[in-house]
Write a protein that binds this ligand. Structure first.
Ligand code: GRF
Length: 198
């Protein structure tokens, strides 16, 4: 069985879309794949309750527990890797996971680590993507599913969705429009990876 581990920090709507799609489209029977665990770096993540309700194991590895360490980021990542690797995942899916990952983590999951970013990469890496796109006068925004490399929000692109930016859009209205498309392209991109189509 191919195991998928999803990392979240917040609302978990992408995680929810992936979980629902995996059930609706029977990934277990079609791809011999399942979501093995949802892990958050914070107990506050609303997505944890959603995952539990959908019958998926959840874990919390709080980055705050490693504050006193000589290298907090590395110590956190080492613990996270330990928890993830209990599942021997074929795929590690970042879905609104709000920690910057070092080369140590990224190299460990080389070829198995993907992310979704709320912009049309390579434009607007980093934070506040929607506000920046509106401010620049862009006519279109969107989201990108990509493989993760050590450079933040870079890495080969697996899928993209484009939405229009409408007159009067705020970062919130635009984010909501983009998010509905994220929920379509992320599960689809994972399906393609499970079938080794690209
Ligand atoms: C999404 O916009 C995603 O692109 C970004 O973080 C947000 C997560 O939202 N990486 P959710 O937690 O999946 O609802």
């Amino acid at each position: 069985m191919k195991k998928i581990v999803i990392l979240i920090s917040g609302g978990g709507s992408n995680m929810q879309a992936i979980l629902k799609t995996s059930k609706q489209r029977d990934w277990a029977a079609r791809f011999n794949a399942k979501i093995a665990c949802v892990i958050s770096n914070t107990q506050e993540a609303k997505g944890l309750a959603i995952a539990k309700d959908l019958g998926v194991e959840t874990r919390v590895v709080s980055h705050l527990n490693f504050k006193a360490d000589e290298n907090p980021r590395l110590a956190f990542e080492k613990e996270l890797i330990k928890v993830i690797d209990q599942h021997e995942p074929a795929l590690v899916v970042l879905a609104g996971f709000m920690r910057i990952l070092t080369a140590h983590f990224v190299d460990h999951y080389a070829g198995r680590l993907i992310n979704i970013h709320p912009s049309l990469l390579p434009a607007f890496t980093g934070l506040h993507t929607h506000a920046r796109a509106i401010e620049m006068g862009c006519h279109f925004a969107g989201a990108t599913v990509h493989r993760v490399t050590a450079e933040l929000d870079h890495g080969p692109i697996l899928a993209q969705a484009v939405v229009p930016i409408l007159v009067g859009d705020t970062p919130q209205t635009l984010a909501a429009r983009v998010l509905t498309q994220e929920h379509v392209i992320y599960p689809n991109a994972i399906e393609r990876l499970l079938t080794d189509e690209r």
